[in-house]
Design a protein around this ligand. Structure first.
Ligand SMILES: [Zn+2]
Length: 331
């Protein structure tokens, strides 16, 4: 155990260390967007509930856009609801829109908005061929198995997500070169984070065809901003438009910012129930000097391993065993 002074700073109106002493109690997050009535999208038009497909006359790639892999991330559902109401009309190829976990979303309660992330288990840890082919069942596994043919048929997949803690939007492109190239081609938002996923299971973007260098199929995930903010829905719609442009299904955007790629070198997992950052980081900060103290985890100091270390998606109150922050380098 390293002797460290308590880290004091205002955060959420409480001293930071006291605030962190309650890892299981989340602050109240305001819900500033309303979940649309998704029952109208339940039937789908493909024989698979919640899956809508629109094919152009002209040949082209198959773009699949998924929302609600996490049932409480309703900004993605709002963005697809808007797109569906407008009547998707791809210039070429095929566009498929997927409401992944409508059952969890149907339980969304603005009074307790974090509770409907899933019914039985995290649907973004199940994308492993042997797990999908296995015998274990859960609501999410059953749904993932039903969606598997849709996912397999994608040339390009965009998975819409949002974040609990305030942070700037970013694209996760996974570990592959092709993921990075796709993220750069989409380019909205301009921050691209290359990472290696979670020890807890494969995300949809880590599904084998999407990471196999010999397979042309590619996937990216957008973390469009805080879950329940109107700006997040706007940011998501901008990413969708950029993805339609990048695949030729829609018009090319007139202008976009140049992208920046950060490569995650290390995911810091909270090993104690009392993980605490030394400042109220919101992600995207570049810590100039190597060996800077950024957090204390049950008495253990967490320091930056190199100069110009980028903090990605810090979770101010991670539970034991959960990712607290990813450390990255701009490339
Ligand atoms: Zn998510």
């Amino acid at each position: 155990m390293t002797a460290v002074e308590p880290h004091i700073g205002p955060f959420g109106g409480m001293p930071f260390n006291a605030w962190n002493a309650l890892p299981q109690t989340l602050p109240r997050f305001p819900v500033r967007v309303a979940l649309p009535d998704l029952r109208r999208w339940q039937p789908g038009n493909t024989g698979i509930p919640g899956v809508w497909r629109f094919a152009a006359g002209a040949p082209g790639p198959h773009l699949v856009i998924t929302c609600l892999i996490h049932g409480n991330e309703i900004a993605g559902a709002l963005a697809l609801d808007t797109l569906l109401r407008a009547g998707p009309n791809p210039a070429r190829g095929t566009l498929t829109l997927v409401f992944a976990n409508l059952e969890a979303a149907a339980r969304f309660d603005p009074e307790n908005p974090t509770a409907s992330r899933f019914a039985d288990e995290d649907m973004n840890r199940l994308w492993d061929a042997s797990l999908l082919a296995g015998h274990r069942t859960s609501h999410e596994l059953t749904r993932a198995r039903a969606l598997q043919p849709v996912i397999d048929a994608a040339d390009v997949l965009l998975d819409l997500h949002s974040m609990l803690w305030p942070s700037d939007p970013l694209i996760l492109c996974g570990p592959s070169e092709k993921g990075r190239a796709l993220a750069r081609a989409v380019g909205v938002p301009p921050l691209v984070v290359a990472d290696h996923g979670h020890l807890g299971g494969r995300r949809l973007i880590d599904y084998a065809p999407f990471v196999d260098p010999a397979d042309p199929r590619t996937a990216i995930l957008v973390e469009a901003g805080p879950h329940w903010e109107p700006d997040t829905v706007r940011s998501m719609s901008a990413t969708i438009e950029a993805a339609l442009g990048a695949t030729g299904l829609g018009p090319l955007p007139t202008s976009k910012a140049s992208t920046r790629v950060a490569e995650v070198t290390l995911a810091i997992t909270a090993n104690s129930g009392a993980f605490a950052f030394t400042s109220a980081y919101r992600g995207g900060e570049v810590i100039k000097h190597r060996n800077t103290l950024i957090a204390i985890d049950g008495g253990i100091e967490i320091r930056t391993p190199y100069d110009d270390c980028v903090l990605i998606m810090p979770s101010p109150r991670p539970g034991r065993g959960h990712t607290a922050v990813r450390l990255a380098k701009y490339v």
